[in-house]
Write a protein that binds this ligand. Structure first.
Ligand code: FES
Length: 252
């Protein structure tokens, strides 16, 4: 991870609620892979003269890499950004998602969170001919999906987090990645695990992963604010995450 500077080159409204920011960034960030994030702070022109601080940064998951020095970020339309805004960027943060080598079908779940943390995997997986289903749960059902690739099947879950053909979808998926909003994330991942266990005889290891999006005070493993309890170990979201096997996480 290193600190570099970038700026917002273009802003495009993708639907009523979301906008996409094209960021001109250091070339070193073009090697970023799905699952890895950035810690970003808006800065002024005289930033170099200020005392450097790693803290109070926002966690941004890119949704696309456009070119060797251009990343795309999705943000709520209500957040105010202007083209030309300078950014101090620390990254990459975290580990890439680990997909099975023979991945054919993948199930993505967004629960009380936008699916932004999961979107960067879409293009490379579609290129590998992987079939993708995305289930929106809770407040994520308000997420407008018309700007996503048409090959992706979108399902709106019911209030009890189920959907029709759920048993079939869970059997069909080789892997599941579930993004939950910060706050009650362990409780929400526990809900997802419960409904999966009710419909599958067993949920094996390396099948379902929770993707955590807690804000990271330092992002480099120094403060331990992002520590998680796993069975037999403690891990840090910023260093070991953001994806954790749901069979090893201690869920609420
Ligand atoms: S954010 Fe400080 S250790 Fe993870």
């Amino acid at each position: 991870m290193k600190e570099s500077q970038g700026y917002i080159e273009r802003i495009t409204r993708v639907n009523r609620d979301y906008q996409r920011l094209d960021l001109a960034v250091d070339k070193s960030l073009s090697s970023l892979r799905a699952g890895q994030a950035l810690l970003v702070r808006r800065i002024d022109k005289d930033y170099e003269a200020e005392r450097w601080v790693p803290y109070l940064r926002e966690l941004w998951f890119p949704v696309e890499i456009l070119a060797s020095n251009m990343l795309v970020i999705e943000q709520p339309a209500r957040s105010h950004f202007t083209p030309g805004q300078l950014l101090s960027i620390m990254g990459p943060v975290g580990q890439p998602f680990r997909f099975r080598q023979k991945l054919r079908n993948i199930l993505l779940i967004a629960y009380n969170s936008t699916p932004a943390a999961l979107l960067m995997m879409l293009a490379p997986l579609l290129e590998r001919q992987v079939s993708i289903t995305m289930v929106l749960m809770g407040s994520a059902r308000e997420y407008e999906t018309s700007h996503l690739p048409g090959e992706i099947e979108i399902i709106q879950a019911d209030d009890d987090l189920s959907w029709s053909d759920m048993v079939m979808t869970l059997g069909w998926a080789d892997q599941v990645f579930a993004a939950v909003g910060p706050g009650d994330e362990l409780e929400h991942l526990g809900d997802i695990m419960r409904v999966m266990r009710e419909r599958r005889n067993d949920v094996p290891a390396n099948y379902a992963f929770g993707v955590l999006q807690r804000q990271l005070p330092c992002g480099v493993g120094a403060c331990h604010a992002c520590m998680l309890n796993l069975r037999g170990a403690r891990k840090l979201q910023c260093v070991d995450g953001p994806a954790f096997d749901l069979t090893t996480l201690r869920l609420n």
